[in-house]
Design a protein around this ligand. Sequence first.
Ligand SMILES: [Zn+2]
Length: 275
Amino acid sequence: MTDRRLTLMAVHAHPDDEATGTGGVLAKAAAEGIRTVLVTCTDGRCGDGPGGVKPGDPGHDPDAVVEMRRGELEKSCAVLGVEHLELLGYADSGMMGWPQNAAPGSFWGTPVSEAATGLAELIRRYQPDVVVSYDENGFYGHPDHIQAHRITMAAVAETGLPAKVYWTTAPRSAMQQLRQIMLDLGADWEEPSPDDPTPEIGLPDEQITTWVDTSAFSGQKYDALAAHASQDESIFFLRMGREKFAELMSFETFVRVQDTTGAPLPEDDLFAGLR
Ligand SMILES: [Zn+2]
């Protein structure tokens, strides 16, 4: 133990991912006096434009989308108490197979070693004790999320600094709960087909190592998502309203993939063994 402040670094693909996956742990860490650093890898130019205009449709101006989403991201960081926002500034991609994915300067098209070097510099500068990113499938198969996973693991290996490394995940029990809420709201919910090659989202509950009770911060998490109200993905969650959202989002869950502390599992704190 040192006098140095504990530091949490979350590495996310797009502006808005910080709210959905880690809004609770970021707000909780900030409330506990832990320094929080958010690294957002892309500028979100493939997101929805004002009024829900889709990328590629007439009137979708990627530069205007970047500016709007930058403002939304800063607002979300203010809500969550993120102390340091670092932008890697790559162009984002669409889902697998979109033509934008091959554009020059795209995150997905950048060699892992090159993008990881920039992240490794940030890890050396901030010396995070805990780093959080996604699993190999980027949680739900988005190329930018997969790339965020890859550069995080490469930068962690290169620096060897963080004591603990986590991947965000969702327990299957919560996915069922989400399904029910969305069906109750009259939304479509496609069940994964057995022929679908993409891995199912989330993990069986017993494979989750770390359950953080973030119920006290679900209001902040909702407000952070509301800061990204221009994006369909946020609207999806905002539709359920504060109360149902709080019910569904009372825990954030992770898989611990690297650890030097020996803190016993399962644990309820990303900083177990470090305080
Ligand atoms: Zn994303």
